[in-house]
Design a protein around this ligand. Structure first.
Ligand code: ATP
Ligand code: ZN
Length: 287
């Protein structure tokens, strides 16, 4: 019988983290042989390892019910898929950049300019929405060298740290899309038994994502400081309060914090009288 299928990138920037997410969601694969499809041993799902560019189409066609790809690729392909959830990795942006010495007074400066890109659809949509008529020069790769080769005045490309732009003497002038890896699902009809497995997996993935954003925090504090502690940790759910032995007015506070706990948060907790502060990672969060 056909099983649920998920497509992920075989090799590249999203490959490792996609696998890691699936493994954290309790799926295990035997990666020993070099294959296109891997069967999961402990969950009714098969994994397809492909080029990221093909993932939106596979999911749109229903070859795979699920896929993990960059939002940039999903939007560029314009495939008929739904984004189930953003995954928090593979973050990057699609930006316009000019040679560093070119002054950039504003977006109207793009009028009649030649812009090199591998993302013609996203760029054309952006230009259309702004009423700009620039020439889109489509290139498959090495977009950043187009101005030096004088085949374009500007580039529209993916940036993460900005290092590639800088080393090609380009200056980012406008971000058009903030992107990250997304889990996409097909819009095609799915047999109900596969839909059940899909929902189970989705719930696990959401649990893993929630857990990675949450921390379990424990501390001792004077009972009178409870309100201040709650104000310092706004992402904190109803905390558990435990009396400390010895009959002092100090209590133990335990809670799940939904927001990142920074060092300065801990310093503020200390300042209102908290001590023995422990911040622990959480493996799963099931609502
Ligand atoms: P494939 O062989 O699968 O076609 P690729 O070379 O097209 O791989 P990668 O370079 O591995 O793709 O990038 C995959 C995705 O990673 C991008 O589409 C984007 O969503 C994300 N990404 C994150 N940071 C960057 C970056 N600095 N440059 C390019 N892509 C990035
Ligand atoms: Zn690709």
């Amino acid at each position: 019988m056909r099983r649920l299928r998920i497509a992920i990138q075989k090799k590249g920037r999203l490959a490792e983290k996609s696998i890691a997410l699936l493994i954290k969601s309790g799926l295990d694969f035997d990666f020993h042989k070099d294959r296109l499809i891997y069967e999961c041993q402990d969950f009714p799902i098969d994994l397809m390892l492909v080029r990221d560019d093909d993932i939106p189409e596979y999911v749109a066609d229903g070859v795979c019910e699920l896929g993990i790809a960059g939002e940039n690729v999903v939007l560029e392909k314009g495939s008929a898929v739904d984004i189930s959830t953003r995954l928090g990795f593979g973050t990057c942006r699609l930006s316009l950049a000019f040679p560093a010495q070119t002054p950039f007074p504003g977006l109207e400066f793009l009028e009649s300019k030649r812009i090199a890109t591998s993302y013609p659809n996203i760029l054309k949509k952006f230009l259309r929405e702004r009423g700009l008529s620039s020439t889109v020069v489509e290139l498959q790769g090495s977009v950043e060298i187009a101005p030096a080769l004088q085949i374009a005045d500007a580039v529209f490309d993916l940036v993460s740290t900005g290092g590639t732009m800088r080393s090609n003497d380009l200056r980012e002038v406008h971000t058009v899309l903030e992107s990250q890896a997304v889990l996409i699902r097909t819009r095609k009809m799915i047999p109900s038994e596969i839909e059940i497995d899909l929902q189970r997996l989705l719930q696990r993935i959401v649990g893993v994502l929630r857990a990675s954003q949450s921390k379990y925090i424990m501390m001792n504090a004077p009972r009178s400081a409870l309100k201040s502690v709650q104000e310092i940790l706004p992402g904190m759910e109803e905390p558990s309060i435990l009396p400390l032995s010895g009959g002092s007015d100090r209590i133990a506070i335990h809670a799940v914090a939904r927001e990142t706990i920074f060092w300065d948060t801990i310093e503020r907790l200390k300042a209102v009288g908290a001590s023995s502060i422990l911040v622990l990672p959480i493996e799963k969060v099931i609502a």
